[in-house]
Design a protein around this ligand. Sequence first.
Ligand code: NAP
Length: 259
Amino acid sequence: MDLGIKGKRALVCASSKGLGRGCAVALAEAGVDLVLNARGAEALEATAADIRTKYNVNVETVAADVTSEDGRAKVLAVAGQVDILVTNAGGPPPGMWTDWDRADFIAALDANMLTPIALIKALVPRMMERGWGRVVNITSVSVKAPIPVLGLSNAARTGLTGYVAGTSRQVASRGVTINNLLPGLHDTDRMISLDTNASETTGKSFDDIRAEKCASIPAGRYGTADEFGATCAFICSQHAGFMIGQNVLLDGGATVSTM
Ligand code: NAP
């Protein structure tokens, strides 16, 4: 299917690896020029070089922490005017509900709620002026089904979800869509590190940990960054202009609900 976005320009945050990279690759495959971001320059440049070679699109990079004010200013300076924004960043640490104080909540809100909101506020006005834009926020399955050890993430991402629910309806008449993409378990570096940690703390093998988790997913496996990216590219396509303020869950059926 021709996604109809060849020649558009996208900012994809936190995209040297994992789900962000999957989104960047799928957009590049659709002919979209990219601004990529991550903190570490090495993996970022490697990803940019790989995408340029494979898809022949223009790729710029900004090595910066998108959750800090300075880092975000650098990202926005390079991005300039974009047609597509994919927001993403690392998730907050796990813990018990008694572990966190105000500073922990402020850090989580800054990273996973206020950063995407600041990016939306910076970039959506020009999309509205031009009558076309797409925003996809990478959030988490935890907004539909809370993950108890990820209380900081549950709280911050649900806050963003509420903001998007209202704001997406305020900008839709100007050709701009804002939607959220909710990953369940996906096979990325983050998941390797979580499963390694679970293996070390339980004494079970890495493979046994994975097999147990996959058994809890009706699809019987983890998702891939490629299929996650393909869904993101569709939401950014010309064909998805009637999709407004939705929360698209990609979890292999793991969250049991009727709707
Ligand atoms: P990942 O494989 O660890 O990749 C994270 C990417 O984001 C890397 O490119 C990393 O590069 C970059 N990054 C992290 N923090 C950043 C920051 N502050 N500023 C700029 N770039 C940053 O992680 P992932 O699995 O793709 O997860 C992406 C998001 O989805 C996370 O918020 C995660 O909590 C959420 N999520 C993932 C899953 C899953 O199953 N994978 C499920 C639910 C939710 P640098 O480290 O060099 O900055």
